[in-house]
Design a protein around this ligand. Sequence first.
Ligand SMILES: Cc1cc2ncn([C@H]3O[C@H](COP(=O)(O)O)[C@@H](O)[C@H]3O)c2cc1C
Ligand SMILES: O=C(O)c1cccnc1
Length: 349
Amino acid sequence: MSLLDDTIAAIAPRDAGAERAARERLDRMTKPPGSLGVLEDVAAQLAGTAGVCPAPLPGPTAVAVFAGDHGVHAQGVTPWPQEVTAQMVANFAAGGAVVNAFAASLGADVVVVDVGVATPSAPAPGFLDRNVRRGTADLAEGPAMTRDEARRAVEVGIEVARELAADHGCLVTGDMGITNTTASAALICAFTGATPDGATGRGTGIDDPTLARKVEVVTRALARDRSTDPLDVLAELGGLEHAALAGFVLGAAAARVPVVLDGVIAGSAALVAAALCPAALEHAFAGHVSAEPGHALALRHLGLRPLLGLDLRLGEGTGALLAVPLVTAAARALADVATFDSAGVTEKA
Ligand SMILES: Cc1cc2ncn([C@H]3O[C@H](COP(=O)(O)O)[C@@H](O)[C@H]3O)c2cc1C
Ligand SMILES: O=C(O)c1cccnc1
């Protein structure tokens, strides 16, 4: 069996008993039942993933930033040059990007993974060279990659999740890849049935003619015949970082470590993971909903409620990192808060 098959076979749904115990404890805690709203769902989910109530605090935290380049850049769907991907990889490794600042504010580790960047990067602490291919082919013209490349990039994500899960209790998705919102839109349309017009957004902030071109590119890619097999759809329309992110979600679920998803790139990759193994998403949180319109469509399809809505449209893992304190707070409340009995507080009549 391949690493991908083994990983899917190892993924189990959340533990219903631990989750029930969490719900019962949340109702006995010194607060009106239900008063923590969505954080009660977060706490119960954490217990279900850990298989024990209360769940251990979900830390330390690591964000994995998967980087890749895209042949569809040739279609003029972004004003940014492709070399910005490799330049930002160097910036992440030097600690100079927004993701580094947000991670530092949490004490989270940042790992940068070249899974598909067009040019090699210099070795650096926290940088992993797991390049599968130096950028995808142009998805407007034909398949972005082969099925074998897609599977190998998925397995990079699984391996990174497995390595990080050995000494982290909370995993966070990050991405870098100029033009990757185009591939994200194509994946979202393919998996949810959304229209290119509805799922395609302005990415880094493009003008109207560029947006029209981007919608046309996504429409053209989707018009090709393709199989419905999730790996084939990924190979046809996705990016190498999307593939690795799908694997990262699967690997976290197999290791029973909660994973917090970032924006539209992670959301589209999570659709691939869910198509390969629906139970994997039981262990995921949507950190936020980004300004990219396809992201809300992906989350709705996945049945995930975003923890934050801040109109972010950056990626890198930034929105997901901002949600980590909410996940930690939910876990701490479940673990620490007294019950009516233990605190001697009288319950409602
Ligand atoms: C300097 C810079 C830093 C970034 N960090 C994340 N992204 C984000 O923007 C890109 C996707 O947008 P599009 O599809 O429009 O190219 C991805 O690299 C994503 O991570 C960045 C983009 C830029 C320019
Ligand atoms: O949703 C995101 O994370 C996003 C949106 C625009 C550009 N880059 C990332």
